[in-house]
Write a protein that binds this ligand. Structure first.
Ligand code: NAP
Ligand code: MG
Length: 400
């Protein structure tokens, strides 16, 4: 076997749970370790170790991403009452993704992985549409009140030195509901910076849309901050890289998206991003055919799969079944991290390897070797569906 590819600096490797943990080891053993002299700082975010460390390991792993600049993360269980019993946990902890996101102050970018033979349901789409979702505030941090009967609802702001400003929300004649939500200038600035950084990296035009004709102050602030950050911090270098910025109204954006060819970054406010990323994912085929990367305004990046731990497959695997779970999103999390490491370290062989592994994965599917989730979407349908181990072997064969 040829000499292994040199890696200068490590990436933060963040292991996870259930079926994705099984596939994580498989992907490393068969597709990476035979070819790369892999350097990682390993963090075990498996639920039992998070519980044993009182979740300290999660914060440590986020610190490692910031320090090393690059991380790669497996899917993890978000604990709840059922998991507490199942794993006999000491306590419940917040979602690891939420904890890591809070430390990295990031924006999540999700992009479909397209292969020949699996067409998106929107026939005009030629290139992937990437969603950049703001992950703070709005309705996700809202307070709400059910109003039992007639009365006045006001918004009151009390400044630090005690002065008050108030506006009437509504004079109610009967029962109703109200909601108060917020966002922060600094969080919106981070969101804008992450989007422009990602777009320059990927050489994609940026679209951003809100409803500022109706929400003149709230959505108006989003529009203003995006414009301001673009003009003052990015415009010159972005345009030199061929990257443009386009603002429109959200309803106009939706109409353009379904009539267009794709091939842009769609920056979405928190709720828009929640809804639109599921629309893009399902129109593109499978959650396992999606890359997901968290980009911090500091430039640090974390690559992950967009799906969960595939719990039901794991229970079947525990009973001895070789499941047909699709490892493509995990493979692309690794290739994304290795390519980013290569770029930062100027180690072009590592970058070329990441590209070869991606190409071999796509070619494997395009030549008819695939897992069950894709088999029923593919045209023509493959003669046989592979289990995860056969599929990874089929990639390894094409890689070497
Ligand atoms: P999931 O793991 O994404 O799986 C939902 C269903 O989607 C699966 O049952 C399977 O459908 C299909 N699927 C997802 N990934 C697949 C793959 N790679 N190959 C083939 N099919 C795939 O979501 P979940 O079952 O709702 O969540 C399980 C656990 O994951 C939860 O504990 C949750 O907290 C965690 N979670 C973690 C993350 C993360 O860390 N990024 C994200 C979401 C959820 P079929 O059963 O029909 O084959
Ligand atoms: Mg959602």
């Amino acid at each position: 076997m040829a000499e292994k590819i040199f890696m200068k600096n490590p990436v933060a490797e963040i292991d996870g749970d259930e079926m994705t943990r099984v596939l994580w080891a498989l992907v490393k053993d068969r597709l990476i370790l035979p070819f790369v002299d892999l350097k990682t700082e390993y963090y075990d975010l498996g639920l039992l170790n998070r519980d044993a460390t009182n979740d300290r390991v999660t914060a440590e792993s986020a610190g490692a991403i910031l320090r090393l600049g690059v991380g790669v993360k497996c899917a993890t269980i978000t604990s709840n009452a059922a998991r507490k019993t199942e794993y006999n946990l000491k306590s419940l902890h917040p979602s690891p993704n939420a904890t890591i996101r809070a430390i990295l102050d990031g924006t999540v970018f999700r992009k479909p992985i397209q292969v020949k033979g699996i067409a998106p349901s929107v026939s005009t789409w030629k290139k992937p549409i990437v969603i950049g979702r703001h992950a703070y505030g709005d309705v996700y941090r809202a307070v709400e009140m059910a109003i039992p009967g007639a009365g006045k609802v006001e918004l009151v702001y009390t400044s630090a030195d005690g002065r008050e400003r108030r506006v009437t929300v509504v004079e109610l004649k009967g029962a109703g509901i109200v909601q108060g939500m917020h966002n922060l200038d600094e969080s919106i600035r981070s969101f804008a910076r992450s989007c422009f950084l990602y777009a320059i990296n990927e050489k994609l035009p940026v679209w951003f849309a809100t409803k500022d004709t109706i929400s003149k102050t709230y959505d108006g602030r989003f529009k203003e901050i995006f414009n301001d950050i673009w003009e003052r911090e990015f415009k010159i270098k972005a345009e030199a890289a061929g990257v443009t910025y386009f603002y429109t109204l959200i309803d106009d954006a939706v109409a353009r998206v379904v009539k267009g060819e794709g091939g842009f970054l769609w920056a979405c406010k928190n709720y828009d991003g929640d809804v639109m990323s599921d629309m893009i994912a399902s129109a593109s085929g499978s959650l396992a055919m999606m890359t997901s990367v968290l980009v911090s305004p500091s430039g640090a990046v974390e690559y992950e799969a967009a799906h969960g731990t595939v719990q039901q497959h794991y229970y079947r695997w525990q009973k001895g079944e070789k499941t047909s779970t699709n490892p493509v999103a995990l493979i692309f999390a690794w290739t994304g991290a290795l390519a980013k490491r290569a770029e930062l370290d100027n180690t072009s062989e590592l970058g070329k390897f990441a590209k070869r592994l991606e190409d071999a994965t796509l070619r494997t599917i395009e030549e008819g070797d695939m897992t069950g989730d894709l088999a029923h979407l593919a045209k023509p349908a493959p003669a046989k569906t592979l289990n995860s181990w056969e599929f990874v072997d089929a990639i390894a064969k094409r890689l070497s």
